[in-house]
Design a protein around this ligand. Structure first.
Ligand SMILES: [Zn+2]
Length: 265
């Protein structure tokens, strides 16, 4: 049963990854009115099927979502950068964090550097794809690095499967629950409407066959932070309106009814 549910969720997640063939930049600098902005917050944050939201354990009771869900930002969201040599994140990544914090305040911790060769989790028999080999275990990863929850950024781990696109550029990066993985399911505290404290989400940048920039890093971080659904031109790789949406999501308490949001811009 669990496996079936997981596979179903994976398919849902992957279809969302596929839509991530973004690049629609028509509305990059357009500002929308308050009513439109509040409807866009709902459109991106309210989960109709992706990601599935649960209220006790993942694959337990489904959350009856009545308002916004997101990371708990009462304290700084722990931020990690994983590489095989323990190096600092490149500017293209740290600039993305700075872009978000310039608007939302200092909501992330400084980067904690994690040393691990993530390529051991890749299925190397599929040279032209970039998918996991099934060996990644989230709890083992967290335990071995003393991590509870937060956001992990890594390079080269973007999920790419030919089953979803012939173009690796169209699936260049994603946000998910694991490296080389496209799935996401979230456990939400039903009283606070924030992610469970042990929620660790991955921002996977690049698949070895594509190029990406700081806007795409912000875009994927925003997916993990609660902007789950793309928005017909208002999300793009990143945009003025997308930043207004993220600022509104984090500028109101988690659980705020979409109709009661105070717009932040
Ligand atoms: Zn996307």
């Amino acid at each position: 049963m669990k496996l079936t549910q997981y596979k179903k969720a994976s398919v849902l997640a992957l279809s969302a990854v596929l839509i991530a063939a973004c690049g629609e930049d028509e509305a990059k600098t357009e500002s929308v009115d308050e009513q439109k902005l509040s409807s866009l917050v709902k459109q991106t944050n309210y989960s109709t099927n992706f990601p599935p939201l649960f209220s006790d354990v993942i694959w337990g009771s489904t959350l009856d979502q009545q308002g916004t869900v997101r990371f708990d930002a009462a304290e700084q969201i722990p931020l990690y950068y994983v590489s095989k040599d323990g190096s600092n994140p490149p500017a293209v990544i740290s600039n993305a964090v700075n872009t978000i914090e310039a608007r939302l305040g200092n909501i992330f911790s400084d980067f904690t550097l994690v040393t691990e060769d993530l390529s051991v989790y890749r299925d190397n028999s599929l040279a032209h794809e970039n998918v996991g080999n099934g060996s990644f275990n989230a709890n083992e990863f967290k335990n071995s690095h003393g991590i509870l929850g937060g956001l992990v950024i890594a390079q080269g781990t973007g999920f790419y499967s030919k089953g979803f696109s012939d173009s690796p550029q169209n699936m260049c990066a994603n946000a998910s629950m694991a490296p080389y993985d496209g799935s996401m399911a979230l456990l939400i505290d039903p009283t606070s409407y924030t992610y469970a404290g042990d929620t660790l989400l991955w921002v996977n940048m690049g698949n070895g066959q594509c190029s990406w920039d700081s806007d795409i890093v912000v875009h994927e971080m925003a997916h993990a932070m609660g902007m789950y659904n793309h928005l017909d031109g208002y999300f793009g790789s990143w945009s003025t309106t997308a930043m207004d949406i993220l600022a509104t999501l984090y500028g109101n308490p988690a659980g705020t009814a979409y109709s009661s949001l105070v717009i932040k811009r």
